[in-house]
Design a binder for this molecule. Structure first.
Ligand SMILES: CC(C)(COP(=O)(O)OP(=O)(O)OC[C@H]1O[C@@H](n2cnc3c(N)ncnc32)[C@H](O)[C@@H]1OP(=O)(O)O)[C@@H](O)C(=O)NCCC(=O)NCCS
Length: 176
């Protein structure tokens, strides 16, 4: 995923409505989800995005969409257990970040988040997906390959903490 989004540009409004057929469990994050996003991020990454980064995605970037997911069996609250951040930029969807809480992995949550993001992207005419992933992150690469993303290049030492190459992957056309 993108190493640090902190320098990105300034706001417009966000769609804060639940989305798609999975509206019970997936929703578009708003600033009220900030604490949950930061907590999730810190549970998932060695170099987590900062609160400021999330604020920029939620309120400062017209291209950004942050989708959150709660466990389908969570009846009395909507405790977030995963999120995806994408930019939908004209014909392209760029994956910025994706995370599922360690206690809830291998239950299809990552897959559902990607499906929803790709569905939203195709609905507005996107035809290409782009992402970066750590070279040693085999779970994420397996997940992306299951959507037919293909590796096409490497960026040397793109990531820090620890320093690591990025694998660049693309999907064209989009298959939600
Ligand atoms: C990558 C991540 C988001 C996957 O989330 P998840 O909810 O566990 O993934 P899913 O259950 O939807 O997995 C869907 C498919 O992806 C592949 N996959 C996911 N995790 C895998 C693993 N640990 N090993 C091998 N394949 C894996 C499998 O094909 C899986 O299908 P299957 O379970 O039927 O075999 C999660 O491991 C995570 O948050 N990791 C830490 C943060 C991170 O690396 N984010 C990605 C940054 S690029």
């Amino acid at each position: 995923m993108t190493s640090n989004p902190e320098d990105q540009e300034v706001n417009p409004e966000h769609d804060s409505m639940p989305v798609g057929d999975v509206s019970r469990t997936i929703w578009s994050a708003t600033i009220s989800d900030l604490d949950a996003l930061v907590a999730l991020e810190e549970a998932c990454f060695s170099a987590p995005w900062s609160r400021k980064s999330f604020e920029a995605e939620l309120e400062g970037n017209q291209f950004s969409r942050v989708l959150m997911i709660a466990h389908p069996e969570s009846t009395h609250d909507m405790r977030a257990i995963g999120y995806i951040c994408v930019w939908i930029v004209f014909e392209e969807i760029r994956f910025l970040n994706l995370a599922v809480h360690p206690d809830f992995r291998r239950q299809g949550m990552g897959k559902q988040l990607i499906q929803e993001a790709l569905g939203q992207a195709t609905a507005v005419g996107c035809c290409r997906g782009m992402l970066e992933v750590r070279a040693t992150n085999m779970p994420a690469q397996a997940l992306y390959k299951s959507f037919y993303f293909q590796a096409y290049a490497t960026r040397k030492s793109y990531y820090t903490n620890p320093t690591e190459d990025a694998i660049l992957m693309t999907l064209e056309p989009l298959i939600p």
